[in-house]
Design a protein around this ligand. Structure first.
Ligand SMILES: Nc1ncnc2c1ncn2[C@@H]1O[C@H](COP(=O)(O)OP(=O)(O)O)[C@@H](O)[C@H]1O
Ligand SMILES: Nc1ccn([C@@H]2O[C@H](COP(=O)(O)O)[C@@H](O)[C@H]2O)c(=O)n1
Length: 255
């Protein structure tokens, strides 16, 4: 099957409810890559960030600040970043609620090398039509899970995920091999089994093999496009249609 590309731009309306998509999956399963593919296929490459209609936010931006003792542990790979307590779930909830209310939000910038937020730095997410929120535990907290209009789970086997995580953490996150493997065996793997994997049952769509699964990604993109353009007969499409009644939506879809 050839890959589908959408050339039409999605038009936006002030104060609308964006279509909020949760993307869960184990570490290095390809969540960010899947989100990037969805954005590409919805024609969002090379679009200025203030004009963007599809945006991706990572749950990683919402790690809690560590105490000095926890920071020392984290530097030795002895802190559990895969436990739900590692995240600021109140801030995630508030941010997603603001997004759903059509507000502009500020997202913290997280630095994996220092295991902390970059002080006084945020990036701004402007109101968009589609918001993808990706992370290992985005379906763990029921209040957060219930905010999503669509839930995707990226299902990539553990060996592949570990094989991708090791070079990524060494090259991009400033870790050494021993630290990556210790953290994986002591925290990442057990927490995946206890907290992340059980959330797969909440997904509407499971994407085996992540971004390699172009068929699944094309189907998801078609579904998003249909919902946003009112060609899908569902509660959500009616919601979006009614919110879009005043828009002059002259988008074209080329296949
Ligand atoms: N289908 C794929 N084939 C090869 N490498 C991939 C694929 N998907 C992701 N990767 C690589 O694996 C690593 C983790 O992918 P990423 O999308 O960041 O995962 P996640 O967001 O789930 O942590 C990155 O280095 C990325 O380039
Ligand atoms: N300071 C940190 C924070 C998180 N991690 C690891 O990141 C993983 C989640 O991010 P993905 O992009 O892989 O989904 C998670 O498994 C944490 O172990 C970290 O190593 N250091």
């Amino acid at each position: 099957m050839s890959s589908t590309r959408f050339n039409g731009k999605i038009s936006s309306i002030e104060g609308k409810t964006p279509f909020l998509i949760g993307v869960a999956g184990g570490t290095a399963s390809g969540k960010s890559t899947v989100c990037a593919r969805i954005m590409e296929k919805l024609g969002q490459v090379d679009v200025d960030h203030t004009e963007r209609k599809v945006v991706t936010i990572s749950q990683d931006s919402f790690y809690r600040e560590l105490t000095p003792a926890e920071k020392i542990k984290a530097l030795k790979g002895q802190y559990n970043f895969d436990h739900p307590d590692a995240f600021n779930d109140e801030l995630i909830y508030k941010t997603l609620q603001d997004i759903l209310a059509g507000k502009k939000v500020n997202i913290p910038v997280y630095d994996f090398r220092t295991n902390s937020r970059v002080e006084n730095e945020n990036y701004t997410i402007y109101p968009a039509d589609v918001v993808l929120f990706e992370g290992i535990l985005v379906f763990y907290f029921p209040e957060i899970r219930n905010l999503f209009h669509m839930k995707l789970f990226v299902d990539t086997d553990s060996d592949t995920r570990l094989a991708r995580r090791v070079p990524r953490d060494i090259n991009e996150r400033g870790r050494d091999l021993e630290q990556v493997l210790n953290q994986y065996m002591n925290f990442v793997k057990p927490a995946f089994e206890e907290f992340c994997l059980p959330t797969k049952k909440h997904a509407d769509v499971i994407i085996p093999r992540g971004a390699d699964n172009t068929v699944a990604i094309d189907l998801i993109v078609h579904h998003i496009w249909d919902i946003l353009h009112g060609t899908h007969d569902s509660h959500m499409s009616k919601l979006h249609l009614s919110k879009r009644r005043d828009s002059s939506c002259s988008d074209t879809l080329s296949r």
